[in-house]
Ligand binder design. Structure first.
Ligand SMILES: [Zn+2]
Length: 234
């Protein structure tokens, strides 16, 4: 088991500014926290913030962080994104919160019934909200401020062919939409049509743990100019 005194540090996946191409330089640690993972392991994760060194950059104040580290864990939580996705999955298949706590305890994940409820209620709001309004708002903002749309997409495979997808603005790391669905046929990914189309000037950063199923679905919905940066889970 990793010692919590030794943090694992993550840098941004890019080393050049996406706006002007200037070199990025380390500024400060944006977050430093202990995260609990789905196999019960706890690790201290440090997310390092970098910014552009070009004095003519349109946004030298922007801090770029590691999308990997950001996605390991939802903002405001100390449980990994996988644990959060699993809670939503177990609720979908009608497990009680008591059963969910027991399932996690078997994997040495310490979570209380109250925390299961808090996470479920918070994420349930995301699963049912009008995400199309969020898309409109974030896309317009990114186009206006940064001249391009950059998204980061995390896709987590769950048992029984379920899949959890979280889509964020690359620049602000704000969540745009969260989806949980059963994917047996390609059409089950049609939700991605709301985010991606070939007319959009879009760059993406996606997890490589999803390369098997989600990646081809993303790829066929974007144009050839779309840049992909993949990141690994760790
Ligand atoms: Zn720049």
């Amino acid at each position: 088991m990793a010692r919590l005194s030794i943090p694992k540090s993550y840098k941004p996946e890019i080393d050049r500014c996406p706006l002007c191409g200037g070199k990025l330089k380390y500024r400060y640690a944006v977050s430093n926290k202990v995260i609990q993972f789905s196999h019960g392991e706890k690790r201290r994760i440090k997310n390092l913030g970098y910014s552009c060194t070009n004095k003519d950059c349109p946004h030298p104040e922007l801090i770029y962080t590691s999308q990997t580290a950001s996605k390991l864990c939802f903002k405001g939580h100390t449980f990994s994104a996988k644990i959060i996705a699993e809670i939503m999955y177990y609720k979908t298949i009608h497990k009680s919160r008591d059963e969910i706590v027991n399932i996690f305890a078997d994997d040495n994940v310490e979570i209380s019934d109250r925390n299961v409820d808090i996470i479920y209620n918070k994420l349930q709001k995301w699963l049912t909200m009008d995400y199309k309004e969020n898309i409109k708002f974030h896309y317009e903002y990114m186009k206006k401020e940064y001249g391009k749309i950059m998204l980061s997409i995390d896709s987590i495979a769950l048992p029984d062919k379920y899949r959890f997808i979280a889509i964020r603005s690359f620049f602000s790391q704000a969540l745009i939409g969260v989806h949980l669905f059963k994917c047996e046929i390609d059409d089950d990914f049609n939700i991605l049509d709301d985010y991606l189309n070939k007319d959009l000037d879009i760059d993406l950063i996606v997890t490589i743990r999803n390369i098997g199923q989600t990646f081809p679905q993303i790829k066929k919905r974007v144009n050839d100019k779309c840049k992909f940066i993949s990141y690994i889970k760790f």
